[in-house]
Design a protein around this ligand. Structure first.
Ligand code: SF4
Length: 243
């Protein structure tokens, strides 16, 4: 049975990440809860850079539910066709915009339950919107957070909901608001999937993953991370990875 990090180590872990990144932010461009909701919906299985490239042209034309519905699915598709699954995403964005107009007076609701009722909005998207737009201490577990949590022993779990519940339980209250961004950025830039950069990691002595990657990396054929099980470097199970 793999060990879990102690509460004291977890507090230290977040304290160090908070010093390193005092004001972490989403890397998606947005100007309002609505544009954030659209950007996060578009970002499923796509990069933030790719989404920003598309929304840089889209949002000046359609940054409210009214304007988006007026734009229509076909023309929206022309702005986002560089993003994976764009046809489905265009359909969902138009449908959710219409529901915002019909049910929520054109506003984005501020609860996870209401957000999850919108087309194309899963638990993760709802958690991101609650956290970033409404300042709620939610943790949206994406592929990076899932990997970092399991790999380090911070919060192990076989699916994203288990990891999310455990993270909410073990993360000290003062770090809950930004935990989501710290873990994403740590996973994206340091604790990378194929080769975690342990030699320059500020939490290496707290992390339970072994063996740690030395500076310069392991010899290719002997890379233990590449050979390791899926929880060490893989994506969360598909059924619960929906944004
Ligand atoms: S020591 Fe390595 S495995 Fe552990 S958190 Fe840092 S980069 Fe990730």
């Amino acid at each position: 049975m793999p060990r879990n990090m102690t509460r004291a180590a977890i507090a230290d872990f977040f304290q160090r990440l908070s010093v390193h990144m005092p004001a972490p932010k989403t890397e998606l461009d947005y100007t309002s809860p609505y544009t954030l909701l659209v950007a996060v919906t578009l970002s499923a299985q796509a990069t933030d850079v790719g989404v920003n490239k598309a929304t840089r042209r889209l949002f000046p034309v359609a940054d409210t539910p009214e304007k988006m519905v007026r734009l229509g699915e076909k023309r929206l598709g022309e702005y986002i066709r560089t993003i994976g699954l764009w046809r489905n995403k265009a359909k969902n964005v138009i449908a959710l915009s219409q529901i915002l107009l019909d049910v929520h007076d054109g506003e984005v609701p501020g609860t996870r339950d209401e957000l999850e009722k919108l087309p194309g909005v899963g638990r993760k998207t709802a958690n991101v919107v609650c956290n970033v737009a409404f300042g709620q201490p939610t943790i949206a577990v994406d592929t990076h957070i899932f990997r970092v949590s399991n790999r380090t022993g911070l919060a192990r779990g076989k699916d994203v909901v288990k990891v999310e519940e455990r993270l909410e339980k073990v993360t000290p209250a003062e770090y809950l608001q930004h935990a989501h961004h710290w873990l994403i950025l740590h996973g994206r830039y340091v604790c990378k999937a194929r080769t975690p950069e342990c030699w320059r990691c500020e939490v290496a002595d707290l992390c339970l993953f072994t063996p740690k990657t030395p500076e310069g990396g392991f010899p290719k054929k002997k890379n233990p991370v590449r050979k390791s099980k899926r929880t060490l470097r893989s994506k969360p199970p598909l059924k619960s990875a929906r944004k």
